[in-house]
Write a protein that binds this ligand. Structure first.
Ligand code: ATP
Ligand code: MG
Length: 368
C-alpha cells in the first residue's frame, strides 16, 4: 500500500478548528484502506509563542520530507507587535521559499445549492468551475530595483520592477497546461503585452510551450484588463487562466467573489517536479485567513480547508476518485440545506464547524 505523508500545520485563529475537521476526513479515508501518515506541527503565532519564530527548523524539515503540507491560517491581533522577521506570516513565506512553491492554483467553484446566495445573477455563476494559476515567486512584487527615495528637489520617487525570465514563464505555463488536460482542455493566458515587455515575453513563451508540448490544449490570450471584465461578465467561458503574480493576485480575488464565500475557497501552491518521483512539493491551504473575529467560537466554515485536502488528493496523490467523492459529499451536504453562518441566508438556521465536518464524513459514508 502506498503511503502518503501529510504534514498538518493548523496555525492560529480558526486554523486549528477547521483542521480538526480535515483530520476526521483523513481518518475516514484511512479506515477505508488508504495509507495516510500524518504529523502535526506549529506555525505562525503559536510557533512564535513556543519557539520565538514563526516556524521551527524541525517543522521545516518535516515539511521538506512530507508529500504534502496542509496549512490552516496564521496571525491575529495577539501578535501585532512581534518583530517583523518572526511575525506569523513569515512562517508561510518561509515555507513558500524553501519548498520553491512558484505556482498558486485557486479554483473558483460555485455550488448550485449556493447560487441563490450570490449577489450575481444565478445563471451567470451557477455551475462555475474555473481555476486561476498565478505565478507566485516572481514579477513586480520581488523585482529589483525596488525603492522609495527622496530626490534632491525634495520630491519622493518610488520604483517597483517587473522581471520575468523565459524559464519562469515556461514552468508556470506547464502547470497550467497540465491542469487543463485534466479539466476542459482550455488555457487562457493573461498579460498586458500592449504596454509591458514582460507581457510580450509572457505571450511568446506561453505560445511556444503550447505549440511544442500541448498542441491538444486550446490556448487563447486575453489582455489582463479585458480578462477582469470577462470574469465578471461571463466567467464560464474560462477553464484555466494562467497569469503573473500581480494580475493573478487581482484576478483570483475577482474569481473568488463570484462564488459567494471566503469560507468555501481552497487553494494549492506547487513547486518543481522531482524528476525521480514525478511529484511536486505542495502546500494546500484555504484562501481565508485566521478570522480572529470568530476564532474559538466553533462557527468557522471548514469547507475551504476540507476542499484544500481534496486538492491534495487530486494533485499530490493522484487519488482522483477519492477527490471526486469528497467534492460530491460537500455538494450533497450543501444541497441538503446544511449551512454554516457565513453561507446561510440571513435569519435562517446555521450549524457550527464540527457539525459541518461531521455531516461531510457521514455523507462520504453514505455514498459508499
Ligand atoms: P488575512 O490577512 O490572513 O487574509 P483577513 O482578516 O484579511 O486575514 P480573514 O481572516 O479571512 O481575512 O477574514 C475575513 C472575514 O471573513 C472575517 O470576518 C472572517 O470572520 C470571515 N471568514 C474567514 N474565513 C471564514 C470561514 N472559514 N468561515 C466563516 N467566516 C470566515
Ligand atoms: Mg486578507
Amino acid at each position: 500500500m502506498a503511503t502518503h505523508k501529510l504534514l498538518l500545520l493548523p496555525g492560529d485563529g480558526i486554523g486549528p478548528e477547521v483542521m480538526a475537521q480535515v483530520e476526521k476526513i483523513v481518518g475516514w479515508f484511512r479506515k477505508r484502506g488508504l495509507g495516510f501518515e500524518t504529523e502535526t506541527d506549529l506555525v505562525g503565532g503559536s510557533a512564535y509563542d513556543a519557539h520565538g519564530k514563526a516556524i521551527s527548523e524541525e517543522a521545516m524539515g518535516r515539511a521538506q520530507a512530507a508529500d504534502a503540507v496542509l496549512f490552516g491560517a496564521v496571525g491575529g491581533p495577539k501578535w501585532d507587535g512581534v518583530p517583523y522577521d518572526v511575525r506569523p506570516e513569515a512562517g508561510l513565506l518561509r515555507l513558500r521559499k524553501d519548498l520553491g512553491l512558484f505556482a498558486n492554483l485557486r479554483p473558483a467553484i460555485c455550488y448550485p445549492a449556493l447560487a441563490d446566495a450570490s449577489s450575481l445573477k444565478r445563471e451567470i455563476v451557477e455551475g462555475l468551475d474555473i481555476v486561476i494559476v498565478r505565478e507566485l515567486t516572481g514579477g513586480v512584487y520581488f523585482g529589483e530595483p525596488k525603492e522609495l527615495v527622496t530626490l534632491e528637489n525634495g520630491q519622493q520617487r518610488a520604483v517597483d520592477t517587473q522581471v520575468y525570465t523565459s524559464g519562469e514563464i515556461e514552468r508556470i505555463a506547464r502547470v497550467a497546461f497540465d491542469l487543463a488536460r485534466k479539466r476542459r482542455n482550455k488555457v487562457s493566458s493573461s498579460e498586458k503585452m500592449n504596454v509591458m515587455k514582460t507581457g510580450v515575453l509572457w505571450r511568446q513563451v506561453v505560445s511556444r510551450v503550447g505549440k511544442a508540448e500541448y498542441a491538444d490544449v486550446e490556448l487563447e490570450h486575453v489582455l489582463a484588463d479585458n480578462c477582469a471584465m470577462q470574469l465578471v461578465r461571463n466567467p464560464k467561458q474560462f477553464d484555466v487562466i494562467v497569469t503573473d503574480n500581480l494580475f493573478g493576485d487581482i484576478l483570483s480575488d475577482i474569481a473568488a467573489m463570484l462564488t459567494g464565500s471566503l469560507g468555501m475557497l481552497p487553494s494549492a501552491s506547487l513547486g518543481m517536479e522531482d524528476p525521480a518521483t514525478g511529484r511536486r512539493k505542495a502546500l494546500y491551504e484555504p484562501v481565508h485567513g485566521s478570522a480572529p473575529d470568530i476564532a474559538g467560537k466553533g462557527l468557522a466554515n471548514p469547507i475551504a480547508m476540507i476542499g484544500s485536502f481534496g486538492m491534495a488528493l487530486r494533485y499530490s496523490f493522484g487519488l482522483v476518485e477519492e477527490a471526486d467523492r469528497l467534492e460530491k459529499a460537500i455538494a450533497n451536504v450543501l444541497a441538503s440545506g446544511l449551512r454554516t453562518k457565513d453561507i446561510a441566508a440571513p435569519g435562517t438556521n446555521a450549524v457550527g464547524t464540527k457539525d459541518m465536518g461531521e455531516a461531510i464524513v457521514r455523507e462520504l459514508e453514505a455514498q459508499s
